[in-house]
Design a protein around this ligand. Structure first.
Ligand code: ZN
Ligand code: ZN
Length: 574
C-alpha cells in the first residue's frame, strides 16, 4: 500500500473507533497519523528501517498499524473493527437519531446496510415492525434522509481547512489529476463555510470521481455526475468536486471561487469591453468573445485589472478600487509577519512555558514573540498579580539566555468597566507591549461600552485593542458599541488594533478593518495562542487582515524586532 492508501485506512479506523464510542482523543490520533503518513516522502524506507516513530504524530500503536498496512496491504485491527460494527454504520449514523444501537437493531432485523436500504425500508413501512421502532420514528428517519441532501452545516474556517487538506492530498495522489485546489468561501477565507468546493484538472473525469468517492472520510456520496460529485463528511459538512480539463481549469477555479456579486461586477466590466467571461455561460454571452485564459491573473489583466486575491473578492468595493488604481499587490502575507504577538503561557491560562513558546516561535522562523498573560481582573483565567508578573519577567530573562528569538514582555490587560487598565501606569510602562481587551460585562448598553473602550484607548500608554468586539464566531455576537467613535479614538490616541488569529474570534471583521485603514490606524496580527500549536493561528489573522485589505506597511509586527518594540512601547514615545 502507498502512503495515501495507508492514510485512508487509518482514517477509516479512526471513524470506526468513533462509531464505537472511543474517546475523541484516540480518534483524533488516527486522523493526525493519517495526515503525518501522507506527508512522508519515503514511507518504504522508514518502515524498513523501523523509524516510523520518529515522525511527529506517529506513536507506537500507529507505527505498527502503518507497517502492517504498508507491507501486507491489510490491517487485522481494521478488519476486526469492521466486523464488530454493523455494516454501513458510518453512512447510517449521519441520519439524525440513528444511534449505534438502532443501526445494529435494524441490521439484525432487516439486514439494512446502507442509506438506500434504510430509505426503502422506511417507505415500505418495514421499520415500524422492528421492536423499539414505531411509525413516528419511521417518519423521522425519512425526514432525516431527506434533510441530508439539503441540510446546511456551517463550520469554522479552520475546521473546513483541515478537512480540505486531507481531501486535496487524496485527490492529488491520483495519477490522472494534474492539479487540484479549493474554491468557494473557503478559498476566500470567510470565517465560516457551509461547503468545501474542490476543483480538479484531470484527463479522466470518471476515474477522478471514482477515486474521490473512495475517500473514507466521506460519510456518504449524495450525487455523482460525469464531471462532479457531491458528498458529506461525518460532521455533515458538504463537499463538492468539479472535474475539468486542464485548459478550462483557471476559469472554473475562478468561477467557483466567487463570490457571485464579485463575478457579476467582472461580467459587467467584460461586457463593456465586448468580452464574455468563461465558457460556462453564466448568463449567456450574447455574441461576445469568450475569454480564454491561462491563469487568474490573465483573466483580470484582460479586464484591465490587477490580480485581485481571493480574500478580497466580495464586491465590497475592490473592483472599483482596482479600477481607480489600487493594485492590491502589497496585501500582508504570512511571510511578512516577523513576530508572534499576544501569547499566553502557564502563568495564566496557557498550556506551555515561556521557553516552550519561545522555542516554538523560533522554529517558525520568527524574530520575536510577545508574552502577554492575563491581568489580575481576569482571575478566572489565572490573571497575574504584580508579584507573579515580576517573577515572570525573571523567567523571561532566563529563557532569553537559551533562545535566539527575542522575547518581549507584555500583558493582556483587562479593560475595566470604567475604561481603566489593570496595572498601575508605572508597571505598564515597564512592559514592551500592552494588549487591552474587554473580557467581562459584555451586556453594557452601547453608550456605556463606547465610553468604556474610548476611555481605554485614550489612556496615555500605547496599547493594542485586543479582540475588538469580543465575539465568538457562531456562538457569541460582537458586543454593541459605536465602532466609528471607538476607531476615531484609536486613530487620535497612542493605540493600534489587533487582528485576532484565534479561529473562534477573528475580530475585527473586515468591514471595520477597512474603516480603520481609512483612519490611518496600524494593526497587529496576533495569535492569541494558549499553546505552542496555536502559534499557527497567525495564519488566520493574516487571512482576516487580507479580507480587510490590510497592507504590509500597516502591520506593526511585520517590522523587525527593535522597530516593533519602539512602535508599541507603552511608555512615552521616544
Ligand atoms: Zn483575551
Ligand atoms: Zn488572549
Amino acid at each position: 500500500m502507498d502512503r495515501f492508501a495507508v492514510a485512508n485506512a487509518l482514517r477509516e479506523m479512526g471513524r470506526l473507533l468513533e462509531a464505537r464510542g472511543e474517546s475523541p482523543f484516540r480518534v483524533r490520533a488516527y486522523d493526525r497519523g493519517a495526515r503525518a503518513v501522507e506527508g512522508v516522502a519515503d514511507l518504504g524506507r522508514l518502515v524498513d528501517e523501523d523509524r516510523l516513530r520518529e515522525v511527529p504524530g506517529i506513536g507506537p500503536v500507529l507505527a505498527s498499524a502503518i507497517a502492517e498496512l504498508h507491507k501486507t496491504g491489510r490491517s487485522e485491527r481494521l478488519e476486526r473493527l469492521r466486523a464488530q460494527l454493523p455494516p454501513g454504520i458510518l453512512e447510517l449514523s449521519l441520519v439524525p437519531g440513528m444511534t449505534r444501537a438502532r443501526i445494529a437493531a435494524l441490521h439484525q432485523a432487516l439486514g439494512i446496510r446502507g442509506l438506500d436500504e434504510l430509505k426503502a425500508a422506511a417507505e415500505d413501512g418495514r421499520i415500524r415492525t422492528v421492536k423499539g421502532f414505531g411509525p413516528r420514528t419511521e417518519e423521522k428517519i425519512l425526514e432525516g434522509i431527506r434533510g441530508l441532501a439539503t441540510r446546511e452545516e456551517r463550520v469554522l474556517l479552520y475546521h473546513a481547512e483541515r478537512e480540505a487538506e486531507g481531501l486535496l492530498r487524496h485527490l492529488r495522489s491520483a495519477p490522472q489529476v494534474a492539479r487540484a485546489d479549493v474554491a468557494g468561501a473557503l478559498r476566500r477565507c470567510e470565517e465560516t463555510v457551509t461547503e468545501i468546493l474542490l476543483v480538479a484538472a484531470s484527463r479522466d473525469p470518471a476515474a477522478t470521481i471514482l477515486h474521490f468517492s473512495s475517500y473514507p472520510m466521506l460519510a456518504t456520496v449524495l450525487e455523482r455526475g460525469l464531471d462532479h460529485c457531491a458528498a458529506r463528511l461525518p460532521d455533515g459538512l458538504r463537499v463538492e468536486l468539479t472535474v475539468t480539463p486542464q485548459a478550462a481549469y483557471a476559469t472554473t477555479l475562478h468561477r467557483l471561487t466567487g463570490s457571485e456579486s464579485h463575478l457579476d461586477k467582472l461580467d459587467a466590466l467584460a461586457e463593456a469591453r465586448g468580452l464574455a467571461l468563461e465558457g460556462a455561460g453564466r448568463r449567456g454571452n450574447g455574441g461576445r468573445r469568450p475569454v480564454a485564459i491561462k491563469d487568474e491573473a490573465d483573466l483580470y489583466r484582460r479586464l484591465g485589472l490587477p490580480l485581485l486575491p481571493p480574500e478580497v473578492r466580495e464586491d465590497e468595493g475592490e473592483v472599483e478600487a482596482a479600477v481607480a488604481g489600487d493594485d492590491f499587490a502589497d496585501l500582508v502575507t504570512e511571510a511578512d509577519v516577523r513576530g508572534l504577538v499576544h501569547c499566553h503561557t502557564v502563568y495564566s491560562d496557557g498550556k506551555h512555558t515561556v521557553e516552550q513558546m519561545a522555542r516554538a516561535a523560533e522554529a517558525m522562523g520568527m524574530q520575536y514573540i510577545t508574552i502577554t498573560d492575563h491581568s489580575p481582573t481576569a482571575h478566572y483565567a489565572g490573571g497575574l498579580q504584580l508579584d507573579r508578573l515580576k517573577r515572570q519577567w525573571d523567567e523571561i530573562a532566563k529563557a532569553q539566555e537559551n533562545v535566539k528569538v527575542r522575547l518581549l514582555r507584555g500583558t493582556e490587560s483587562d479593560i475595566l468597566a470604567d475604561g481603566a487598565l489593570d496595572y498601575p501606569d508605572s508597571v505598564l510602562e515597564q512592559l514592551d507591549i500592552v494588549i487591552a481587551s474587554v473580557h467581562n460585562r459584555f451586556r453594557m448598553s452601547s453608550e456605556q461600552m463606547t465610553r468604556r473602550v474610548v476611555a481605554a484607548m485614550k489612556h496615555p500608554v500605547f496599547k493594542v485593542w485586543g479582540h475588538a468586539q469580543g465575539r465568538y464566531v457562531l456562538t457569541r455576537p460582537p458586543f454593541e458599541c459605536d465602532m466609528d467613535a471607538v476607531l476615531d479614538a484609536v486613530a487620535s490616541s497612542r493605540a493600534a488594533v489587533e487582528v485576532n488569529g484565534d479561529p473562534h474570534r477573528l475580530d475585527m471583521v473586515p468591514r471595520w478593518l477597512r474603516e480603520a485603514r481609512k483612519r490611518g490606524i496600524r494593526f497587529v496580527i496576533s495569535t492569541d495562542a494558549h499553546s505552542t500549536a496555536q502559534l499557527r493561528n497567525v495564519r488566520y489573522g493574516v487571512a482576516m487582515a487580507r479580507r480587510g485589505w490590510v497592507r504590509r506597511g500597516e502591520v506593526l509586527n511585520a517590522l523587525p524586532a527593535e522597530a516593533f518594540r519602539r512602535a508599541v512601547r507603552p511608555g512615552t514615545a521616544a
